[in-house]
Design a protein around this ligand. Structure first.
Ligand SMILES: [Zn+2]
Ligand SMILES: [Zn+2]
Length: 225
């Protein structure tokens, strides 16, 4: 018989895998909630463009062979567009996205979490940008994920079955939210989080950041030199 508190944790962890196999769901060991990730100053700078958002995140996009095959000659601009689809949502927290490079990678069969290492070893970890690896593999193993944000490196893997899927911008923004240090809402979340991008089960329809998340991002960005 488990103590009640532990049982709750077990149930929550199972739910996030079984009911909401959307992305990195369960608690991540070693992640200190409320502290900005150590890579933030590498991938985000204060913007020097007048009239633009105050901060800029650089992104390297890598498309796998299935993405390239499915999209054809326009694959590079479509890969860029997958990331830039989240531009408006990121603008809500004063962050502009700049794609600095579009490249390719070859995805082996596997779950999204397992593909992080493959993308990094092929593309290299950009010294000054977030790596967003796109995969259009039809099967990624079980459980399936829409997206995965590494807990230890500035790397995201996004599954793209349809680059024009209406929920894709929310997925990309949700994963970037993790990169900015945000965790998914737990049962202890206060206040109205309806429609928030960091709701674990509801980010697909997210269209805004809740006040807590906005404040957390602002605090993290304010710490940048
Ligand atoms: Zn998540
Ligand atoms: Zn929120």
């Amino acid at each position: 018989m488990l103590p009640t508190s532990l049982r709750v944790v077990v149930v929550v962890a199972m739910l996030s895998v079984v009911v909401a196999p959307g992305d990195r769901g369960a608690a991540e060991p070693g992640h200190d909630a409320g502290l900005e990730p150590h890579w933030l100053s590498d991938i985000v700078s204060r913007s020097d463009q007048a009239g633009a958002e105050a901060f800029e995140m650089r992104v390297v996009v890598a498309a796998d062979e299935e993405f390239v095959r499915a999209r054809g000659p326009g694959w590079a601009s479509e890969a860029r567009a997958v990331v830039m689809g989240a531009a408006d949502l990121m603008g809500q927290v004063d962050l502009a996205l700049t794609v600095t490079r579009v490249t390719r990678w070859e995805s082996p069969p596997g779950r999204l979490p397992d593909l992080v290492g493959d993308a990094v070893s092929q593309v290299g970890l950009p010294p000054d940008a977030l790596l967003v690896a796109l995969t259009s593999q039809s099967s990624n193993g079980s459980p399936t994920y829409d997206g995965w944000a590494s807990a230890s490196r500035p790397v995201i893997v996004i599954k793209v079955t349809d680059p024009y899927r209406p929920t894709l911008p929310s997925l990309v923004a949700h994963e970037i939210g993790h990169m900015l240090g945000l965790d998914e809402h737990g049962s202890d979340h206060r206040g109205d989080d309806d429609g928030c991008l960091m709701v674990g089960t509801g980010y697909r329809n997210g269209e805004r950041w809740c006040p807590e998340d906005e404040e957390a991002v602002a605090r993290a960005l304010a710490s940048l030199p």
